[in-house]
Design a binder for this molecule. Structure first.
Ligand SMILES: *Cc1c(COP(=O)(O)O)cnc(C)c1O
Length: 350
């Protein structure tokens, strides 16, 4: 006998983060803010006091309540996940059935498409133009033509750093019968969230994460926010104990200060503004061909020979960023020192 892998498994391409140890990591859009020693000690005590032998709360009520308070939403509309990545997977497997198509955009977060490979649903890709803007009418026309059942995109967008304003997003949601999954992973850095009005739509699920502005990428907490009918389905579809108790405990601690998110976001936005300002002279000198107008904690730049610059930063300066195609780099805003080192290195290289 011999075992043959199913084709979809044999052709899987794993998500490929930069591996290895580098002095400065500006590749994953993480926060550079970390808790101080006293906070760490307090969190450590909370973790030590956990009921290790018991299954955790299936609805993660403590972090959900803290999140709901912080953002002013009804906790009954919020479902926690093991990172928003897990929630994306749950939404794809639950809200698409055999033969259904889903619409994603390019460039956008690569995981959306990844899951349709596993579920064997057809992905319809809306290709953004050179400016990387989203034309809502064109998206709606494509969704209708291809009869998609689900539309997913990030706003503000990773990796473009660009945002689609609230009214345009509303028009997109109202203009389709498809379910719209609006990934607001970076909305802490901008002010065009639809969280307040999520229950007004029968076809909207908003994803949020603790991994970016809240600086908890290691803890793995994502949130899906939707009307009660959709929330009931998401809760029924997820595995019962998807958010472990260490995550629930740490997230409840970290989110207990309602102003925390605002303070972190302000600091990170300031760092991104400084990074963009530091890149402007390279743009004016023609070394960069474009600096996209960011509403996130990272910037996207266009330049000739991006791969060579990416490799040189990594090997000679121990600085990692993300390279997209032949002509774009995505650079997460780091601490003032990290940004200064990156700018110095780019000036040397270019
Ligand atoms: C970083 C990111 C996420 C967050 O994923 P988690 O699993 O919550 O860490 C989600 N969507 C986008 C577009 C991202 O860039």
């Amino acid at each position: 006998m011999s075992y043959t892998l199913p084709e979809k498994a044999a052709t899987l391409q794993p998500y490929d983060p930069v591996e290895g140890s580098y002095a400065i990591r500006l590749d994953a859009n993480e926060s550079w803010l970390t808790p101080d020693a006293a906070t760490r000690e307090q969190w450590g005590k909370a973790v030590a006091a956990m009921d290790f032998n018991r299954y955790p709360d299936p609805l993660a009520a403590a972090p959900v309540a803290a999140f709901a308070k912080m953002y002013g939403v009804d906790p009954a509309l919020v479902t926690a996940g093991n990172g928003s990545d897990e929630l994306i997977s749950i939404l794809m497997t639950t809200f698409l059935q055999k033969g259904d198509a889903m619409l994603c955009m390019a460039p956008d977060f690569s995981m959306y498409r990844f899951y349709t490979h596993l579920t064997e649903n057809r992905a319809v890709v809306y290709q953004k133009d050179d400016d990387l803007q989203i034309d809502v009418d064109a998206v709606l026309a494509l969704a209708k033509q291809e009869q998609v059942r689900l539309i997913i995109f990030s706003n503000p967008c990773n990796p473009t750093s660009l945002g689609l304003d609230r009214e345009a997003v509303r028009r997109l949601i109202r203009g389709t019968d498809a379910l719209v999954v609006l990934d607001e992973a970076y909305m802490d850095f901008w002010d065009q969230s639809l969280l307040d009005e999520v229950a007004d739509y029968d076809n909207l699920i908003i994803l949020r994460t603790a991994s970016k502005a809240l600086g908890l990428a290691a803890v793995r907490l994502g949130l899906a926010v939707a009307n009660p009918r959709l929330t009931a389905v998401i809760r029924a579809a997820k595995s019962p104990y998807n958010v472990n108790l260490a995550t629930q405990t740490l997230a409840a601690e970290a989110l207990s200060d309602p102003d925390y998110q605002r303070r972190c976001a302000e600091t990170l936005v300031t760092a991104r503004r400084e990074l963009a300002a530091g890149l402007a002279p390279l743009l004016n000198a023609g070394k960069l061909t474009r600096l996209y107008d960011s509403c996130t904690n990272f910037v996207l730049v266009e330049l000739p020979d991006a791969r060579r610059v990416f490799e040189t930063l990594k090997t000679q300066y121990s600085i990692v960023v993300r390279c997209f195609g032949d002509n774009r780099l995505r650079i997460t805003a780091g601490s003032p020192d990290e940004n200064a080192a990156l700018l110095q290195a780019l000036n040397d290289i270019l």
